[in-house]
Design a protein around this ligand. Sequence first.
Ligand code: AHG
Ligand code: MN
Ligand code: MN
Length: 338
Amino acid sequence: MNNTIISFDRHIMDEQRRYGGRGDFSVILSQIIFAAKVVAAQVAHAGLIEDILGRTGNKNVQGEEVQKLDVYANNMFINALNYIGKVCVMASEEDPDMIMIPEEYPKGEYVVMFDPLDGSTNIDVNISIGTIFSIYRRVTQTGGDGTLEDCLQPGKKLFGAGYIVYGSSTILVYSTGNGVNGFILDPSVGEFVLAHPNITIPPRGTIYSTNEGNYPYWKPGTRTYIDHLKSETNILKKPYTSRYVGSLVADFHRNLLKGGIFLYPEDTKDPKKPTGKLRLLYEANPLAFIAEQAGGAASTGYERIMDIQPTALHQRVPLILGSRDDVKEYEDFARKNL
Ligand code: AHG
Ligand code: MN
Ligand code: MN
């Protein structure tokens, strides 16, 4: 029996040998892993050791209640990355503006953007939450601070992306453009070990994930599509299974492994943001990258997520994500029933 345990560090080294790649990128990934381990420990003990549960009483740039763990996780990822000299600028769902590298630290060639805590409303009720991260090469001249131009890159320029799910176990899934691999944190040794090599998403699933409370606000195409999934006339000849926990990373991770479609379509609930709730830079692009690397797809319903040229740090998009044939079928409905 081959009892070789492939640690994350070993996997990164193998990838570097196989595909080339710079040590800088590996340092960034290792720091993200370090921060994830610290956040995982806090999530596991949330509310026991420190007063880390509950709300801060503030609202973020999204106008959403900020949870204490949001702030804790955000600070952890920022402080794990800002001093290493590999990053020129960061951006976070929790910060209104770009996060500049402090004067005293050298600037590097990479841009890191993240949703430090995804699924915040589930923190206090012990449902899986996560972190989503994106890594780009800078496009401006090397050496100085990164700029907005470095942050506003389309998803197709991603150098690497991934997510961590803090759930019954802590899972890390990432890709650097050579397929998707999943790791489980072994708490007894404090290491992420390879658990899901070369993840591929089934081209057609049997699961759909969406907040049906928004049904009255959806466009006709979306309503017709969801009604179709719940009928016996769809390709399965029986209704799809509905699974939705309200944490994008957890809903996506299940569908990535089992097949299925996640939908946060545009809705007219808030006239100010007809384009849906999820953030292009921090949620849609990194998960679209993972989905496509695993053979799946990610669309707004009208265009490929990773083709969108971002125009603002906190831009929102409709997100249709998962099994390739399911996403394609949604697009057919959306375009037909505009
Ligand atoms: P975040 O906690 O980072 O703001 O993300 C929450 C997102 C996403 O995780 C989830 O899919 C979605 O919000 C749930 O939204 P609804 O509660 O409107 O269904
Ligand atoms: Mn989120
Ligand atoms: Mn968040």
